[in-house]
Design a protein around this ligand. Structure first.
Ligand code: NAD
Length: 279
């Protein structure tokens, strides 16, 4: 009861497990890599069953799935559906409902980028980025929302970007899709507000992922700069702290958004960008 949990809160015993999300199920799209992988790991450590999604080497994905299951003791499933295909999303959501009884925490994180002047932007790349970075979230949300409303609890977290709030040249599809996800976030927040469903977006600046790490080495070579110069003057030119966001920090924000302290955070576009969009 209440008294014993109060005692526990004041205990000096180390807390071994964070059971905040026990008996919840989370789908984290694009979780075979980068930010999604960190979010899935953090939510699993908090007791949620996890559905991983994304592309990659089958053996490496199975190794990730198995080690996370072993470490946390929760159920970790993997579904490699291509989220640019609405039919594949419907099938995936059906399989998850069958196995787990629905999704309590939906993290729309899968995304991709392409850089080109708008007049040369390949039409197929535009369609791909809009499908993955925006429409996929519409489909997962519309299919997860009924169960969340029925159960009276749901958390929808969209990995947006600083580019949901400001633009950069040559990223027309990405910026359009991320601004779109900002609007979707606010709309869904209003629709779920009285049903216990919360919908928010995390808006990171540059996050240090293996992808970015590779870019640093390549750019340094191409421009004859040191890696430190590339970080400060090229990649982090717009990021006032001149430091990358870490995937663990983004995962920490996702975890917080699932906590009771975040119950009144709804429809928020949460900047994690070292001050980029404050300028
Ligand atoms: P990443 O490339 O490391 O991961 C992308 C994930 O999406 C991978 O798991 C990949 O397999 C998956 N994916 C790609 N195409 C897919 C498809 N068709 N269907 C299903 N899954 C697919 O990238 P990341 O840096 O971790 O980015 C994750 C999210 O964070 C993206 O939405 C990105 O726009 C956003 N973001 C990243 C940064 C950054 O600096 N890295 C900054 C702001 C926002």
């Amino acid at each position: 009861g209440r008294a014993s949990s109060d005692l526990r809160a004041h205990s000096t015993q180390p807390v071994e497990k964070d059971p905040m999300l026990a008996n919840k199920t989370a789908l984290v799209t694009g979780s075979t890599s980068g930010i999604g992988k960190a979010i899935a790991t953090r939510l699993a450590r908090s007791g949620a069953n996890i559905v991983l999604n994304g592309f990659g080497n089958a053996d490496e994905i199975e190794a990730l799935r198995a080690s996370l299951a072993r470490e946390t003791g929760v159920e970790i499933a993997y579904d490699g559906s291509d989220l640019t295909d609405p039919k594949a999303i419907e099938a995936m959501m059906g399989r998850i409902a069958e196995r787990f009884g629905g999704i309590d925490i939906l993290v729309n994180n899968a995304g991709t980028q392409f850089v080109s002047p708008v007049e040369d932007f390949p039409v197929a790349k535009w369609d791909l980025i809009l499908a993955l970075n925006l429409s996929a979230a519409f489909h997962t949300i519309r299919l997860a929302m009924p169960g969340m409303k029925t159960r009276g609890w749901g958390r929808i977290i969209n990995t947006a970007s600083a580019h949901a709030l400001v633009a950069s040249p040559f990223k027309s599809a990405y910026v359009a899709a991320k601004h779109g996800i900002a609007g979707l976030t606010k709309t869904v927040a209003l629709e779920g507000a009285q049903s216990g469903v919360r919908c928010n977006a995390i808006c990171p600046g540059y996050v240090f992922t293996p992808l970015v790490e590779g870019q640093i080495a390549d750019t340094a070579k191409a421009r004859g700069m040191t890696e430190e110069q590339v970080k400060r003057d090229v990649l982090l030119a717009a990021q006032p702290t001149k430091e990358f966001v870490t995937v663990e920090q983004v995962a920490g924000m996702a975890h917080f958004l699932c906590s009771p302290d975040a119950d009144q955070i709804n429809g928020a576009l949460l900047q994690m960008d070292g001050g980029w969009v404050a300028q």
